[in-house]
Write a protein that binds this ligand. Structure first.
Ligand SMILES: *[C@@H]1O[C@H](CO)[C@@H](O)[C@H](O)[C@H]1NC(C)=O
Ligand SMILES: *[C@@H]1O[C@H](CO)[C@@H](O)[C@H](O)[C@H]1NC(C)=O
Ligand SMILES: *[C@@H]1O[C@H](CO)[C@@H](O)[C@H](O)[C@H]1NC(C)=O
Ligand SMILES: *[C@@H]1O[C@H](CO)[C@@H](O)[C@H](O)[C@H]1NC(C)=O
Ligand SMILES: *[C@@H]1O[C@H](CO)[C@@H](O)[C@H](O)[C@H]1NC(C)=O
Length: 374
């Protein structure tokens, strides 16, 4: 009884205020077209809907865009049929448009899709500064939440600030050409000066915002360091920007082939950059298979006295003498050239603070198998 009355009342109101009965819109807008991709936005256009297919009071259009990981919805008023919307970088994106009346959203149009380009990465999520001495710090940061493309590395900033941290008096920066390194040492700092240290992430599309932290170094009396840890990477290489970001088109046949691999479409093209063959010095089989660069990264114990710098001792297993590197006073790593990955090594890293030094435990590197069956 009440329900009927309410229904009649609603019908009465609807007729008084001139609203129609709202039904599901019967058609989707046609001819959804991608016009251009520009500055992180995509410009799209569709044809206006015929009014009688709205089947209710026309509220406008809903545009939905998505990729494998997320989606976004935009509402536009009835008079808009061309709009700029955000896209999800470095992935395949899809877009549809639907009609909206007072009550319903109509069927979506046929989806259009495109391979979205890279964008600048998100900034590193955290940055921590650890004191090594009265002139050196070790900084550690974390990966950006969204790389938005192919990460190439990080840029480190060191800014000398005025006393209230309000003004930059001097700034230096340098690039770390390794997306998997999350640590750096800064040295040559002065006691009592206010420093703002920053780190940004860099990919093929550019540089992220800078994650910052401040520090003032005080006096430091050397004491015995705690034992360090370290990691080593044999066959260490750093990414070459051109190789990572530009896909070289080696032959005209390949140029026509659109689906070479998954990343093909997302890379920036460089048509002029044809493959070059540079003559390389002749190497023996053994050298080619075994001699590599080896990166040794110092991981000092930052929750205790870490030491101000380090050096490395290493020897082939069974030999009596260690090769001892020069003290590495400015970086947090040593690169061993022509490291023989086919031999077993023992490595020890030594942290130094003033006249004190402390050895790490010994690490035994496993040999790479060298086989000459070809
Ligand atoms: C679809 O839109 C494009 C771009 O606006 C236009 O050139 C074309 O004529 C339209 N096609 C139809 C069938 O309306
Ligand atoms: C530092 O620079 C800011 C901005 O220029 C200024 O407002 C502030 O007074 C300066 N502080 C000192 C101690 O000079
Ligand atoms: C750091 O401390 C040492 C003494 O331990 C001192 O000789 C040196 O001048 C100090 N360096 C700086 C940059 O203040
Ligand atoms: C293509 O690569 C070459 C060599 O790497 C470079 O000099 C040139 O600027 C690149 N072209 C474009 C359009 O980036
Ligand atoms: C080093 O890495 C490259 C490419 O990642 C590989 O082709 C080469 O065989 C490796 N060399 C050794 C000695 O492991």
């Amino acid at each position: 009884m009440f329900v009927t009355v309410l229904f009649l009342l609603l019908q009465f109101c609807a007729s008084v205020f001139g609203a129609h009965r709202e039904l599901l819109p019967s058609k989707a807008p046609s001819n959804l077209t991608l016009l251009e991709i520009n500055q992180g936005q995509v410009l799209i256009q569709w044809d206006p809907i015929e009014p009688d297919t709205v089947r209710g009071s026309f509220k406008g259009y809903l545009v939905r865009t998505w990729n494998h990981a997320g989606s976004l919805v935009y509402a536009f008023p009835p008079d808009v049929t061309r709009a700029s919307i955000d896209f999800f970088p470095f992935s395949k994106n899809f877009i549809t448009v639907s009609v909206r009346n007072e009550k319903y959203v109509g069927p979506p149009s046929e989806a259009i899709s495109f391979d979205a380009p890279q964008r600048e990465p998100q900034s590193p999520q955290t940055l921590h500064i650890f004191t090594l001495s009265n002139k050196s710090v070790l900084i550690r940061w974390s990966k950006p939440s969204q790389p938005n493309g192919i990460l190439l590395g990080y840029r480190i900033y060191c800014r000398e600030m005025n006393d209230t941290f309000g003004e930059i008096k001097r700034e230096t920066s340098h690039l770390i050409n390794d997306p998997d390194k999350f640590q750096a040492k800064l040295t040559g700092l002065e006691e009592g000066v206010k420093y703002q240290i920053g780190v940004s992430a860099v990919n093929c599309a550019g540089e992220s915002d800078v994650t910052k932290a401040g520090i003032v170094l005080g006096p430091h009396t050397p004491v015995e360091p705690f034992p360090s840890r370290f990691v080593y990477k044999t066959n260490y290489t750093t990414p070459k920007r051109d190789e990572k970001c530009y896909k070289t088109l080696t032959s005209p046949a390949e140029e026509e082939d659109e689906e070479v691999d998954d990343y093909y479409d997302y890379l920036l093209y460089n048509h002029t950059n044809y493959k070059e063959t540079t003559p390389s010095p002749v190497k023996t089989d053994y050298e080619q298979n075994c001699l590599v660069d080896c990166l040794v990264l110092w991981m000092p114990d930052v929750s205790n006295n870490p030491g101000e710098y380090f050096y490395l001792k290493y020897r082939v297993r069974g030999e009596t003498d260690y090769t001892v590197t020069e003290p590495e006073t400015s970086e947090d790593f040593i690169l061993l050239r022509n490291f023989d990955a086919c031999k077993k090594y023992e490595m020890v890293i030594v942290a130094v603070d003033g006249e004190f030094s402390t050895e790490s435990g010994t690490v035994f590197t496993p040999p790479k198998l060298y086989s000459n069956i070809l």
